[in-house]
Design a protein around this ligand. Structure first.
Ligand code: FAD
Length: 396
């Protein structure tokens, strides 16, 4: 695969693999069982420069781009740290990439150096109880009051609030039904702003309540309540009411990183399945000699290689500042599919032992399943491909 990767990305892959090798399946399974953030792996990655990768060098980062970030996320997942996708999406993705592209000089100077050292973490709040796939319909409001934005509303499933210094909140400064008339489109009226999480928690204007969940427990995912959270207007990313294009520069990296994590997840599931199938003998021969075991694994290996190429292409286009929506969606669709299919096939290959906590298959299986639903559901991606790439009529 190296021939199509720039040297910077090869260096990232090798560097992250070296760090990740110190954290085995047992480590990730223990963090999951204990619902514990993998602080040691996080700090080790940050110390190596693998968290601040896409931060410009003048703010203490590596000056690389989305491609290198995707390779890092894939490599961590491929080591067995499939929940490590949260490590790459929340802070380097939502935080560093957004600020590097859209932050003011003051925001970059204040925040990015801390991200590069691993000290500062982020979360991002878009989804609401009545607005998931239909993000246009969010109702959490932002009211401009003097030189402050006052945020009120409720979000759901927000990951990593407990570790976050900053929450990138997506609010409506103009409600959807007014945006059409006032701003010419229902996509007008979005504003992105940074909430200082510890400060708002201490003020009692921000509260969160973790939702018990099936996997990915290295971070919590929470209901979040905003009761007139006040942030200075200098914390707005982009301009008031004009956040929608910025939001796409948040969501596309998220999807690319999800795709990369899926590819890494598929890679580790196939590797473990192949190892097991080479060694496990039934009826006097390795189970992997049976074509019923071997061919599905081989088919998934081929699909994983394709999903990887599309992920790299989407990341490369993003780095060029070129349209990348179609490629990002195809990468996200296929990355999530191979992760799930490979985890399921590994489960089948391990027989009864797949169900045992002695092996990491059950954890990979749980981590892989959610990728088909988040950060954007498979059906919504298919709707994008159908309407944008095949020019079919819209259903919504
Ligand atoms: C573990 C976890 C972590 C998360 N972390 C975050 C986070 O940090 N920040 C954040 O903002 N959000 C987060 N989310 C939320 C996530 O992005 C949403 O769950 C996702 O966007 C789907 O929205 P929904 O759950 O409301 O599903 P819904 O929108 O209610 O959809 C339900 C189902 O209906 C299908 N559907 C809906 N409309 C159509 C249609 N027109 N055609 C066909 N099918 C359709 C969908 O595809 C889906 O399968 C997280 C979610 C989870 C589970």
């Amino acid at each position: 695969m190296d021939f199509d990767l720039p040297e910077t990305a090869v260096a990232v892959r090798d560097g992250v693999a070296a760090v990740a090798a110190k954290y085995d399946h047992e480590y990730w399974s223990r963090c999951e069982e204990e619902h514990r953030f993998p602080t040691e792996a996080w700090q080790d990655l940050a110390d190596g420069g693998w968290i601040g990768l896409c931060i410009p060098e003048e703010y203490g980062g590596g000056g690389a781009g989305m491609l290198e970030l995707a390779v890092a996320c894939e490599t961590l997942a491929a080591s067995g740290g499939t929940a490590g996708i949260f490590l790459y999406i929340l802070t380097p993705g939502f935080g560093a990439m957004t600020l590097a592209r859209h932050g003011t000089e003051e925001q970059k100077q204040q925040i990015l150096p801390g991200v590069a050292t691993g000290e500062t973490q982020f979360c991002m709040a878009l989804t609401e109880p009545d607005a998931g796939s239909n993000a246009i319909e969010i109702t959490t409001s932002g009211r401009v009051d003097g030189d402050e934005l006052v945020i009120k509303g409720q979000k759901v499933w927000i990951s990593g609030v407990e570790n976050a210094r900053w929450m990138l909140v997506v609010a409506r400064t103009t409600p959807a039904d007014e945006a059409q008339d006032k701003l010419g489109s229902r996509t007008g009226g979005f504003t992105l702003a940074l909430v200082d999480v510890p400060e708002a928690l201490a003020a009692g204007t921000l509260e969160y309540a973790p939702i018990p969940k099936l996997g990915g427990n290295v971070v919590t995912s929470s209901q979040v309540y905003f009761d007139d959270v006040r942030v200075p207007l200098s914390n707005v990313i982009g301009a008031v009411d004009e956040g929608f294009p910025v939001l796409w520069d948040v969501l596309n990296p998220e999807r690319i990183l999800a795709a990369a994590g899926g590819v890494g997840g598929a890679e580790v599931a196939l590797r473990l399945a192949a190892e097991y199938a080479r060694e496990r003998e039934v009826f006097g021969r390795p189970i992997g000699a049976n074509q019923g075991v071997q061919f599905p694994l081989a088919q998934l290996k081929a699909k994983t290689e394709l999903a990887r190429l599309m992920t790299y292409k989407a990341a490369w286009l993003f780095d060029q500042g070129r349209p990348c929506g179609n490629e990002t969606n195809v990468a996200k669709l296929t990355g999530a599919q191979v992760a799930w299919e490979a985890a399921d096939r590994a489960f089948q290959t391990f027989g009864g032992m797949a169900y045992s906590k002695e092996y990491p298959i059950e954890r990979l299986f749980r981590d892989a399943r959610i990728g088909k639903n988040i950060p954007v559901a498979e059906e919504l991606i298919l709707a994008h491909i159908g309407t944008q790439m095949l020019k079919l009529p819209r259903s919504y």
